[in-house]
Ligand binder design. Structure first.
Ligand SMILES: NC(=O)c1ccc[n+]([C@@H]2O[C@H](COP(=O)([O-])OP(=O)(O)OC[C@H]3O[C@@H](n4cnc5c(N)ncnc54)[C@H](OP(=O)(O)O)[C@@H]3O)[C@@H](O)[C@H]2O)c1
Length: 306
């Protein structure tokens, strides 16, 4: 069986990916201290330790690596730019170099947020990024660092939604938690994005590895909508009151880091190179709801280390 190493296996992407992949692959997750009782193998490591990249790869002996660990909280990156630099630039560089030395096939996870959102249209991989804050800048620098030391890596710019370990990590959970409790929330009606259900993203990333893709790819949903529309769609699917969501501009939100208004990304390259249709938001939302009905959020929470 192909051995798949996943960093950030307690994170929103890493945990869902590990659970989705474990039937077909031998999954080894890297975790500091967040997880307990998961049905896949765990390696305990702080990836900021010197030599961690080599140690983890030597211990896991993977065929493939999907690097999900990051400082992914946009406002935390503004507060701690040095940590963001270490986690989002230096660590991926070290893992990409260590993977090249061992012939390990790697996918590095980046973000749609590398763009400033001023384009009138859809961003392709050949458009020039212009990061608006520390998170986006360090993620962009991470892409360059990885590809400079290992051009065989596939860099995936993603945007996704799903259930998380804490139950509070994702935008979708924000809407479910608040609307489910009858609380009013704001939804940005001037931010367009292309969210992909995390289960669909897991499938895409594994297909990219199976096909041996390398270089830069946009791996997002094939449908664009505003964050307000995203919230409304969740309300409608879950049977909550969509009237609880007030449309506002992101510029009035008071968030620390600046946000782009247009994060519509083309998936044409991905679709062509994988030879398949890239999943859209609406069927992904239906799968997200099915997981809810089946108690998947509670299952994830049971993996929290007490
Ligand atoms: N969430 C989104 O919508 C979104 C959108 C675009 C791009 N992305 C990108 O997608 C990737 C995954 O994001 P996510 O939302 O799944 O992130 P997340 O939920 O914040 O998870 C981050 C993971 O990194 C781990 N980590 C952080 N520092 C570590 C360290 N020193 N040693 C070992 N592990 C460490 C965390 O482990 P602990 O549990 O120990 O802290 C956690 O498992 C990131 O590259 C992010 O930039 C995310």
């Amino acid at each position: 069986m192909t051995r798949l190493l996943i960093t950030g296996s307690s994170g929103l992407l890493g945990l869902n990916l590990a659970l989705a992949a474990m039937d077909e692959y031998t999954v080894i997750g890297v975790d500091r201290l967040s997880l307990g009782g998961v049905p896949f193998e765990l390696l305990r490591a702080d990836l900021l330790d010197p030599e961690a990249a080599d140690r983890v790869l030597d211990a896991a002996r993977p065929d493939w690596l999907i690097h999900c660990a990051a400082l992914a909280n946009v406002d935390a990156c503004e507060r701690e730019p040095d940590l963001a630099q270490r986690l989002n630039v230096e660590l991926p560089r070290q893992l990409a170099a260590a993977s090249a030395r061992r012939g390990v096939r790697m996918v590095h996870i980046s973000t749609d947020a590398v763009f400033d959102g001023t384009k009138d249209g859809i961003y392709t991989e050949s458009d020039t990024p212009n990061p608006l804050g520390v998170y986006a800048q360090t993620k962009l620098d991470g892409e360059s660092a990885v590809l400079a030391v290992n051009p065989d890596v596939a860099v995936a710019r993603v945007n996704f939604f799903g259930w998380s370990l804490s139950g509070q990590r994702s935008l979708a959970e924000f809407f479910v938690n608040n609307l489910g409790a009858g609380k009013p929330v704001n939804g940005f009606d001037d931010v367009y994005f292309c969210p992909m259900f995390v289960g669909d993203l897991a499938e895409m990333l594994l297909e990219m590895l199976a096909k041996g893709l390398s270089g830069l790819y946009h791996v997002v949903g094939s449908e664009s909508l505003t964050k307000f529309e995203f919230g409304r769609a969740i309300a409608q699917t879950f049977g909550f009151d969509a009237g609880l969501i007030t449309p506002i501009s992101v510029d009035e939100s008071g968030l620390t880091a600046k946000r782009s208004h247009n994060l519509r990304l083309s998936v044409h390259k991905l679709s062509t190179d994988l030879g398949r249709v890239v999943p859209a938001f609406s069927p992904g939302l239906a799968k997200f709801y099915t997981q809810y009905q089946q108690g998947y959020p509670q299952k994830l929470r049971s993996y929290q280390q007490s």
